[in-house]
Ligand binder design. Structure first.
Ligand SMILES: CCCCCCCC/C=C\CCCCCC(=O)SCCNC(=O)CCNC(=O)[C@H](O)C(C)(C)COP(=O)(O)OP(=O)(O)OC[C@H]1O[C@@H](n2cnc3c(N)ncnc32)[C@H](O)[C@@H]1OP(=O)(O)O
Ligand SMILES: Cc1cc2nc3c(=O)[nH]c(=O)nc-3n(C[C@H](O)[C@H](O)[C@H](O)COP(=O)(O)OP(=O)(O)OC[C@H]3O[C@@H](n4cnc5c(N)ncnc54)[C@H](O)[C@@H]3O)c2cc1C
Length: 667
């Protein structure tokens, strides 16, 4: 989408592109229809002044939050007035581009009711939620426990005499703490609490608790609720009202317990269904799968800014060429930037695959087939973990790649980082999630002689072969073979998993030994996830990629795979599958890939199709007119509202005019 002012400082870069830009835009959007919807919604948001992002980083929290309420309300009004479809509405909210209560309402409250509510409960709650007559949040985490869901303390005690649950927060640590949208906006909370019937604790279950009056939005009796406070960074995640919540013996009807997985009868009998209790974690699985595409989008924004700016920015020169060099010409810049560009493409491809994986598991669950649930859990948890960690670090790397100007909020990067970095923690701390993957790998390996692993773990079925055969690469171009690359990633992952499994198997099986091995378990989980990412990127390329973009995608795929191989060379070498020389050959191939990316770099980021409005960056502007806009931007700074600064009379003038002799001065 070209929305610059006509001057195109990057026109020379764009003229070098060697692929079909339009086809790439459609590919990255996920298809022609998605592309058209995206384009339409991006323009709708960019052209509506209510959605302006101007000044967001300068607003005080109260104003920032109020403005975010205004935008969320306006988005909803726009959706209704224009009769937008669900997909269009989702896209519109995406382009509004600030975390707000509706993310949790649509992203977790509704999916949790769909997944855990009976049909009757869905009929009761979903119509209200769909028309936003109620606003819901997902209240799981407490002050004392987030990762350890089984350790939550809030109680829901059944009282058969009134057919109600009594919701209670027995300790300070049982206070619900963090749920987005809870602090100020929600009328209802999906509360995870310990179910107690007849003095028996049945563990964690989900309850819909009304928390604010639908008349005047005041907290209901015996409910204490508010915002937990200012968070990291300017703007960023501060548009969200992450909240606290305490119940003091608050009564809710028995039907407010979501009863698809377990029921409590009128006379207080607890009945479990034959479905796995882990389905209670379904809303988390749903969001985790969506986070992979989301990571690609965030990373692609940072990379777009850094690539465009690197093509505009010039420093130094050399005797072979006139003038100064664009910093994108420097190998070191390329070696930090191009792998991130390739990663954003990889996550897009894998994100598409994740969607199909999720659709498949949902279909199976509807048919009461739970067989793929453990693999899907491991996959969504692991890829959520890797992609968010890499993206957060990648945004920060892009900031550094933009030198000093990257540190200015005008670059768009500080705010992007502040908004994104909590993704490493929410929806599961990234280390906790990798430990879940490791447990899955150990279980799979322990059963490998009896149960043939399937899906993303299928390679573990070839563990013997992968443990004995070594890499056959003898010249650089031998690496240009996806089977060779895949085998390297499979062998490294299988060997790392087998090594730690063997060490544990030789031990006593104690928890202490398990703990001692957790760093290696996390490394082996990471290796497994990197294999999934590489293999799914390759697989996506091999299934019907249009001719006009296939070559570029292949280059990006090799760039991604080689950079992963090199960044993790220690692991590959330690498993003994590859030699130092083979790693050195891969490094040379990676440099050849950089040469192929270089003339296409600007077009490859144009293909992400981010509008200037969405990027919100003077450095990443489509037209490359960086300096004019940085300079103009300085005049919007509130300190420059007056020529002589407020505070001069009280604080600067006395310093300048006291004329006191500083006794310690040597002058
Ligand atoms: C399209 C969507 C939009 C996407 C875009 C995103 C935009 C952002 C949107 C919203 C903003 C942010 C929202 C943030 C919201 C939150 O943060 S909500 C709170 C999230 N909290 C967590 O993630 C807590 C992390 N902890 C856990 O998940 C679990 O407690 C645990 C997995 C660490 C441990 O669970 P526990 O019950 O104690 O289990 P174990 O005994 O260890 O394991 C029991 C078995 O269950 C398996 N399992 C665990 N989780 C799942 C699951 N989700 N699905 C299936 N199976 C699961 C586990 O592997 C064990 O299996 P085995 O017995 O076979 O070993
Ligand atoms: C911006 C934001 C939004 C959020 N939104 C919501 C929401 O809407 N709803 C909601 O319910 N929650 C929400 N949360 C809470 C979030 O899900 C939790 O913070 C997250 O799951 C991590 O849990 P924790 O805070 O208990 O971390 P902890 O588990 O206390 O982690 C602290 C450290 O201990 C380590 N650690 C903990 N246990 C182990 C172990 N067994 N082995 C090794 N290391 C361990 C972790 O790796 C981490 O380094 C949100 C959080 C944030 C930051």
């Amino acid at each position: 989408m070209q929305d610059g002012n006509g001057l195109d400082h990057l026109a020379g870069e764009r003229a070098m592109a060697q692929f079909d830009l339009q086809a790439m835009k459609v590919y990255l959007a996920g298809g022609q229809r998605e592309y058209e919807i995206s384009t339409k919604m991006a323009q709708l948001v960019a052209n509506d002044p209510v959605f302006s992002k101007e000044d967001r980083v300068r607003l005080a929290r109260k104003d920032l939050y109020k403005n975010s309420l205004r935008k969320a309300g306006h988005a909803w009004k726009t959706i209704l007035e224009k009769g937008l479809s669900e997909v269009e509405g989702l896209k519109l909210r995406h382009f509004v581009d600030e975390p707000t209560y509706t993310d949790l309402h649509w992203g977790m409250f509704i999916p949790a009711i769909k997944g855990q509510g009976t049909e009757e409960q869905q009929h009761k709650w979903l119509p209200l939620a769909y028309k936003m007559a109620i606003i819901g949040c997902y209240a799981q985490t407490e002050l004392g426990h987030g990762s350890n869901v089984q350790g939550l303390e809030t109680t829901a005690t059944f009282d058969p005499t009134t057919d109600e649950f009594i919701m209670h927060s027995p300790t300070v640590t049982s206070t619900k703490w963090w749920p987005g949208g809870l602090g100020k906006a929600s009328t209802h909370a999906l509360v995870y609490a310990r179910l107690i019937t007849d003095k028996k604790d049945h563990g964690i279950h989900a309850f819909i608790a009304p928390i604010r009056s639908l008349e005047d939005h005041t907290p209901l009796p015996n409910v204490t609720v508010g915002d937990i406070g200012v968070k990291f960074g300017n703007g960023g995640y501060n548009t969200m009202d992450n909240g606290f919540l305490r119940f003091d013996h608050v009564r809710i009807p028995r039907e407010n317990m979501l009863m698809r997985l377990a029921t409590v009868t009128k006379d207080g009998k607890y009945v479990r269904s034959n479905k796995p209790r882990q389905l209670g974690y379904g809303a988390m699985v749903f969001v985790r799968q969506g986070i992979v595409i989301d990571a690609s989008i965030y990373l692609s924004r940072a990379v777009t800014i850094a690539v465009r700016y690197s093509a505009v920015r010039r420093q130094f020169g050399n005797k072979d060429e006139p003038g100064e060099l664009q910093v994108i010409q420097y190998r070191t810049q390329q070696s930090r930037l191009f792998p991130l560009l390739a990663t954003a493409y990889a996550y897009r491809a894998v994100g598409f695959w994740m969607k199909s994986l999720y659709a498949d598991v949902m279909k199976r669950l509807n048919d009461n087939d739970f067989s793929t649930l453990p693999e899907v859990h491991a996959c969504t948890a692991g890829l959520k973990s890797i992609t968010t960690s890499v993206t957060a670090d990648g945004i920060e790397e892009c900031r550094k790649l933009c030198g000093g100007h990257g540190f200015l909020c005008a670059s768009g990067l500080p705010e992007l980082y502040a908004a994104y970095v909590p993704a490493c923690t929410y929806e599961g701390d990234n280390t906790i999630l990798l430990l879940q993957v490791a447990r899955f790998l150990l279980k799979t390996l322990s059963q490998v002689s009896k149960v043939r692993p399937v899906g993303t773990a299928a390679y573990l079925g070839n563990i013997k072969q992968l443990s004995t055969q070594n890499c056959k690469v003898s010249q650089g171009h031998d690496w240009l073979n996806t089977s060779v690359l895949l085998e390297a990633f499979e062998a490294r992952s299988a060997r790392q998993a087998a090594a730690v499994a063997l060490r544990l198997a030789k031990g006593s099986g104690s928890e202490a030994e398990f703990q001692e091995n957790t760093p290696e378990l996390v490394e082996s989980a990471r290796a497994h996830c990197q294999l999934i990412l590489v293999s799914k990127f390759i697989e996506q390329l091999q299934t019907g990629t249009p001719e006009g973009i296939r070559k570029q995608l292949e280059v990006l795929c090799y760039t991604y795979a080689f950079s992963q191989l090199i960044d993790n060379a220690g692991d590959f070498l330690a498993t003994g599958y590859v030699t130092g020389n083979q790693i050195a050959l891969a490094k040379e191939e990676l440099k050849h890939m950089f040469d192929k990316i270089r003339p296409n770099a600007v077009a490859l980021v144009d293909a992400f199709d981010h509008t200037d409005d969405y990027l919100g960056s003077a450095l990443g502007r489509y037209d490359g007119d960086v300096y004019t806009h940085l300079y103009k931007g300085a005049f919007k700074e509130s300190l420059n509202d007056t020529v002589v600064v407020d505070g001069y009379e009280e604080y600067l003038k006395p310093v300048l005019t006291q004329n006191l002799w500083a006794p310690h001065s040597k002058l």
